[in-house]
Design a protein around this ligand. Structure first.
Ligand SMILES: Nc1nc2c(ncn2[C@@H]2O[C@H](COP(=O)(O)OP(=O)(O)OP(=O)(O)O)[C@@H](O)[C@H]2O)c(=O)[nH]1
Ligand SMILES: [Mg+2]
Ligand SMILES: [Zn+2]
Length: 320
């Protein structure tokens, strides 16, 4: 009996990408796929297909070991988390969007209390990208709590005061890891943050037996060597998926205009409409309610300072 062509078409989830190949999870199997040529030509974007994409797959050859297929269509995305592709063009005309993951509903930004020392301005850039993308759930993870000092805890507490969920955990001591596992269950989350903060270590605790490679921080910092090389969506035993990703040094949020930046600092929002000028930059205009809130201690100086720096950078790069 001839094979019905339609029976070889399946819908699946892209769980891994590696130099032109895509691993697709269908309800019944894992398929190693390439993109149909016409799809590649249709778009000049760098990443046409990323982890989290739901795709239509046509099975090709059937061997006993590997099931292969061709991705014939990428279904519309609900949302994406993007950044400016780190390249020679970043900050210039010709810069490109790098989609880190599609269809996520939770972003988990993992930082460590020390080694490497957390940089709040780096964290703010992650948060801006997540606010811009309207990710329904954002979690800040402060890992290596076993090594924490008072001042670094104070820095993380500023984010809790703003209203972000901050989870204090230790992969080494397994502190807070049950809560983190619970928070991941039934979501599609990205685990991202700088290299060496312990993303893979945490996932190994959350799901024993996972065997994600873990590397020493000294190697990463001196040799710029990331232990995790490819982003990968990991199915959780309790339900849902989490993406382990290679550490990133900095994240420039994609497609944020200077004028809209204040909206991505949630604690500014209640004050913005009270500024005397509707297009207030909150730098030095008279009657600025945001600056007044900073002076009264209702907005943290650290966050206001970060806002100013990011805004200055956006103004430099923005073409009016
Ligand atoms: N003290 C302490 N060390 C930790 C903890 N979690 C991870 N580490 C160590 O931090 C180092 C980096 O851990 P990884 O899990 O490889 O970090 P990563 O964020 O996945 O790094 P990349 O894959 O390079 O992005 C390893 O030496 C871990 O043993 C923790 O809770 N406490
Ligand atoms: Mg890793
Ligand atoms: Zn203002």
């Amino acid at each position: 009996m001839p094979l019905d062509k339609d029976s070889s078409e399946q819908i699946g989830l892209v769980v891994k990408t590696h130099s032109g190949f895509f691993t697709v999870q269908t309800p019944t199997q894992l398929i190693t796929c390439q993109l149909r040529g016409s799809l590649k030509q249709a778009s000049k974007k760098t990443e046409l297909c990323v982890i989290g994409d739901r795709v239509q797959v046509e099975l090709t050859e059937d061997s006993t070991t590997v099931q292969r297929g061709v991705i014939t269509a990428i279904l519309p995305r609900e949302r994406v988390l993007s950044r400016v592709e780190p390249s020679a063009y970043a900050g210039k005309a010709g810069e490109r969007e790098q989609v880190m993951i599609a269809n996520l509903d939770q972003a988990v930004f993992v930082f460590s209390t020390t080694t490497p020392t957390p940089n709040p301005r780096t964290l703010d850039r992650f948060l801006i990208a997540a606010e811009k993308a309207a990710i329904p759930s954002i979690i800040i993870v402060a890992n290596k709590i076993d090594l924490a000092t008072e001042d670094v805890l104070e820095m993380f507490s500023i984010y809790a005061q703003i209203g972000y969920t901050v989870m204090y955990v230790s992969a080494r001591n397994q502190t807070g890891t049950d809560e983190l596992r619970h928070a991941l269950t039934d979501h599609i989350s990205i685990f991202t943050g700088p290299s060496g903060v312990g993303k893979s270590s945490l996932l190994n605790v959350i799901q024993p037996g996972l065997g994600q490679a873990v590397g020493a921080v000294s190697q990463k910092l001196t040799k710029g060597k990331h232990t995790t090389v490819n982003a990968e969506l990991i199915p959780l035993e309790a339900g849902g998926y989490v993406a382990d990703t290679p550490g990133i040094r900095t994240l420039s949020p994609w497609d944020v205009e200077p004028m809209e930046l204040d909206a991505y600092y949630p604690e500014f929002r209640p004050y913005i409409s009270a500024c005397s000028f509707s297009d207030c930059t909150h730098f030095d205009e008279p009657g600025c309610a945001v600056r007044a809130a900073v002076e009264r201690g209702e907005i943290s100086e650290m966050r206001y300072d970060s806002y100013q720096r990011v805004r200055e950078q956006l103004e430099e790069e923005y073409v009016y």
